[in-house]
Design a protein around this ligand. Structure first.
Ligand SMILES: C[S@@+](CC[C@H](N)C(=O)[O-])C[C@H]1O[C@@H](n2cnc3c(N)ncnc32)[C@H](O)[C@@H]1O
Length: 221
């Protein structure tokens, strides 16, 4: 079984509401208005659907959108009949031409966007929650940092390292420390789920890209 199949067997796209995402990610509609937004690991894209009337400039990316129909079937083969109906309705909605947002098929570790494209990057229950190793987590963070515009912000929830993965909290701290050295602000605030062991506490991470990169010697470009 290749890596992709293994991952899909375990991770199925979900569709959290915009309300839930706002609370988890510490953002509001007002915060998003007028900004160029990327939602990484958007799953069933309920977030974009709920905000459709707001006409936000929103791009949603998920590995799932790049799957072949056969691979999709495999992902959902273990769902119960009632869940299957819900998911099928969402999939059908995503397939229609009048899309809720720009849908892009791709991986978080290798974002198909130019440098400094987005004001806001969101990741709700996608990465690094599911990072399978240190490299993928590091690539995820540096890709997020790359596509953010100067002064932009990434909101990532939960900042949780899953037990059993080949990646530790220390690895995450190392990556964040590298980003701090590049001038990024890194704020972590706690919103805990009571039953998690301490090492896997979900936390909200807000990453802020500096307005002026340190290598420009503090001079505006
Ligand atoms: C649990 S769902 C979350 C979906 C949505 N954000 C929500 O909160 O309902 C996780 C999503 O992340 C996507 N995902 C996981 N790892 C990814 C990666 N490396 N690159 C792109 N998408 C990824 C999965 O395909 C899945 O749709």
């Amino acid at each position: 079984m290749d890596f992709k199949e293994e991952l899909w067997g375990e991770i199925r796209p979900t569709g959290r509401s915009a309300e839930e995402c706002f609370e988890d990610l510490g953002i509001s509609l007002e915060f998003l208005k007028g900004k160029k937004i990327l939602d990484i690991g958007s799953g069933l894209n309920q977030f974009a659907q709920d905000l459709k009337q707001e006409h936000l400039d929103l791009t949603s990316i998920d590995m799932f959108y790049a799957l072949t129909p056969e691979e999709r079937k495999k992902v959902f083969s273990e769902l119960s009949p009632e869940n299957f109906e819900t998911v099928k309705t969402s999939l059908d909605r995503m397939a229609i031409k009048d899309k809720d947002s720009h849908l892009v098929g791709g991986r978080a570790e290798s974002l198909p966007f130019l440098d400094e494209t987005f004001d806001v990057v969101l990741a709700e229950y996608s990465m690094p929650h599911y990072a399978e190793n240190r490299e993928s987590m590091r690539d995820f963070f540096f890709e997020v940092a790359r596509v953010l515009k100067p002064g932009g912000e990434a909101h990532i929830y939960p900042m949780r390292i899953r037990p059993g993965r080949n990646v530790t909290r220390k690895d995450a701290e190392e990556v964040l420390s590298n980003l701090r050295n590049l001038g990024f602000s890194v704020e972590v605030s706690g919103k805990e789920l009571g039953d998690d062991p301490p090492d896997t506490r979900p936390l909200l991470l807000v990453l802020g890209k500096p307005q002026i990169p340190p290598d420009r010697g503090g001079q505006p470009s």
